[in-house]
Design a protein. Structure first.
Length: 259
């Protein structure tokens, strides 16, 4: 059995009288691609926000690489190896593609701020390394030719790729993708599926994604968790989820002729 990288145990997120996520228990193992699916409002992004430190769970625990990260700040969690993208793309839109990826690496800088201001040798060496890593990532992601373009000017699909490249620049062990195929046509979705698999293998990453495109989910996932109204209603392989009656009723829909 592969080692568990991420473990969520009995995690609940309550806002006043509203329970957005209720007693969620799940795990993701080393180099798995796992999907978290469910209808709109099921609590998927809230679950991501608990994992990444945006919200502190009302109760329960989040463990990353055997360390309890429950309630840590997002930057502290990122330093421990968890990176994410967002449903709504959040780039530094006025900066170039290259600068977006370079800035993400500041999380790993060991130089002090006086060293950066004075441009001491250690900082200059780190700066060179950041440029090299950014160049390698942009070549890998197919964004090298647009490296000097302002990120806001890129086509939608390229902006998605850039957001993933920026997340990868933080050198994560765990990558969370929030609806990476949103707004993409079938051809772009197919390309994205191959890209995510390639990222998992090339960077030896573990991937957890939220996605509404069922073709993407069923094609790419090793395992799937299904939320409905904040409750976990099913977990299993794509084949098991496709034939699960609770999932069909809650999310995938029922053929009216068969109902």
């Amino acid at each position: 059995m592969r080692e568990k990288i991420l473990e969520i145990t009995n995690a609940t997120m309550q806002f006043g009288g509203l329970i957005a996520v209720n007693n969620l228990t799940m795990h993701v193992s080393y180099q798995e691609i796992v999907a978290l699916i469910g209808p709109n409002g099921a609590g998927k992004t809230t679950a991501f926000n608990m994992m990444t430190g945006v919200y502190k769970p009302t109760s329960g625990f989040v463990v990353l690489n055997k360390e309890n990260i429950t309630g840590m700040r997002p930057d502290m969690i990122a330093q421990r190896g968890m990176a994410r993208t967002f449903q709504n793309i959040r780039l530094f839109k006025a900066l170039s593609v290259l600068d977006n990826v370079i800035i993400a690496q500041h999380l790993r800088l060991k130089s002090t701020w006086p060293g950066a201001v004075l441009r001491l040798p250690r900082y200059r060496a780190e700066e060179r390394l950041m440029h090299e890593r950014a160049e390698d990532l942009l070549r890998y992601m197919g964004l090298w030719d647009v490296r000097h373009e302002v990120s806001a000017s890129l086509p939608y699909g390229m902006q998605r790729k850039l957001e993933i490249a920026r997340a990868l620049a933080t050198q994560p062990t765990m990558l969370l993708l929030d609806e990476p195929a949103a707004g993409m046509n079938p051809a772009e979705s197919d390309e994205l599926t191959g890209l995510i698999r390639g990222i998992r293998d090339h960077f030896e990453l573990t991937v957890l994604l939220i996605e509404h495109h069922m073709d993407v989910v069923m094609d790419i996932s090793d395992r799937i968790y299904v939320l409905d109204y904040g409750n976990l209603i099913a977990t299993g392989t794509p084949e098991e989820i496709q034939s699960n009656d609770d999932v069909i009723r809650a999310y995938l829909g029922v053929d009216e002729d068969e109902a």
